[in-house]
Design a protein around this ligand. Structure first.
Ligand SMILES: Cc1ncc(COP(=O)(O)O)c(C=O)c1O
Length: 404
């Protein structure tokens, strides 16, 4: 088992006098000292506006952002030029939707989206469909919460221009069969955008091997800072795309009549960069690499399995999704109790879980529920955390006056 809780300063501070049990890592991870210190060290030693100053300090700031891009590229199995820094997953999806989408999707085309998507992967495509006259076609999970190959074949057709799918759902925690999805999409000439926001913290990805056309992720779910995200795109696709935002730092030449663009990926990175975010993300990746991905996977599997088996022993709990492997999240309801009450009662015991629709309202409707609670796990969670959660969870119905 990993023993990294000591690296996370926020976990050392008790919540209302109790040990902080943070089970909301799918919303945002906590940051280790290694990330916090790297950001401070950057500001103390290397801060300047990159790609501008010709002085030594400016060159150092440029080196820091180049180094971060290289580290991210190595981490996800891509080339440096295929990595675009954005604010977050949401901005990355919007970038693809409004540049590639608006240029390549027309009336009569289909955009295929998994109904278990986060709103970030769904709403931009609904808007593109409205503006172009295309249709959004939804793929649905089966009764276990699994996206089957049969459903992929049914929904992805010769009309499909792009398929947008989360590698791991932020509600069900179930991984899609990305190989089958990409094979099917490419066989009909469609592109694939994989949302890796919930998968990237749990196992290694190699985008070249996976073969997706675009992939998106957020730094803050990977133990890095907020405000930094990544868009991966195949170089030829990025080269052919128009910029999303325009202004400083993304141009080639500007005249009174117009402008040309910088090379990929800088043509997508308008304005002053979030260098502290890039530096922090690089530090997070190096920290996770130093722990070893096999160790991370084994640790999280043990914690999630331990929690699941404990939850199954508590009566009146419904757990959503049922697949042999579950990555990082367990969504559930306690019979007769509103999820906000569940989260508040757990909070009184120092346990943080998320309650609501989890930015996945169409999936909630599909599951026949309005909302649910979600416990999510990271590298710092321990069996002691799970025991505290289960102990508190087991008392909720009684607390609400329903008997156990
Ligand atoms: C699967 C998935 N996609 C996208 C997002 C949006 O991420 P961000 O808010 O960092 O843009 C989330 C956030 O929870 C998510 O879980």
């Amino acid at each position: 088992m990993l023993d990294v809780r000591k690296d996370f300063p926020i976990l050392q501070v008790p919540e209302a006098g109790k040990r902080l049990v943070y089970l909301d890592t799918a919303a945002t991870a906590q940051r280790p000292n290694q990330v916090i210190d790297a950001i401070c060290e950057y500001y103390k030693n290397d801060n300047a506006n990159p790609h501008r100053g010709v002085y030594e300090l400016g060159a150092r700031a440029t080196e820091r952002t180049d180094s971060a891009r290289h580290t991210v590229a190595q981490f996800v199995g891509a080339d440096d030029e295929e990595i675009v820094f954005t604010q977050n997953t949401t901005e990355s999806v919007n970038l693809v939707a409004y540049t590639w989408g608006m240029a390549n999707i027309n009336a009569g085309d289909d955009i295929c989206v998994y109904v278990a998507e986060h709103h970030s992967d769904m709403v931009p495509w609904q808007r593109v469909a409205k503006r172009t006259g295309a249709r959004v076609v939804y793929m649905y999970p089966d009764e276990n919460g699994v996206l089957t190959e049969e459903e992929m074949r049914r929904k992805i057709s010769r009309r499909t221009k792009i398929v947008c799918c989360a590698m791991v759902s932020n509600v069900l925690g179930i991984k899609i069969d990305e190989k089958a999805l990409i094979e099917r999409a490419h066989s009909v000439g469609a592109k694939v955008l994989l949302d890796c926001a919930q998968s990237i913290p749990h196992f290694r990805h190699d985008f070249h091997t996976i073969g997706c056309d675009f992939a998106v992720l957020s730094g803050h779910k990977l133990y890095g800072p907020m405000g930094i995200g990544v868009l991966y795109g195949k170089k030829a696709l990025l080269d052919a795309m128009e910029p999303f935002l325009s202004g400083g730092d993304m141009i080639g030449i500007v005249t009174e009549d117009g402008a040309t663009w910088a090379e990929t990926p800088r043509k997508f990175e308008a304005g002053t960069r979030n260098v502290e975010g890039e530096v922090g993300l690089e530090a997070a990746i190096k920290y996770l690499d130093s722990l070893g991905w096999e160790n991370i996977e084994a640790h999280e599997r043990e914690i999630v399995d331990y929690c699941l088996s404990g939850m199954k022993k508590i009566p009146h709990i419904e757990i959503y999704g049922n697949a042999p492997e579950r990555y990082g999240v367990i969504s559930f309801n306690v019979e007769d109790v509103h999820p906000h009450d569940v989260a508040s009662i757990l909070d009184a015991d120092g346990v943080c879980v998320r309650a609501g629709h989890h930015c996945a309202e169409p999936l909630m409707r599909r599951l026949g529920i309005g909302r649910c609670s979600r416990a999510s796990f990271g590298i710092y969670n321990t069996k002691e955390d799970v025991d505290a959660f289960l102990d508190s969870l087991g008392k909720i119905r009684e607390f609400m006056g329903y008997g156990s």
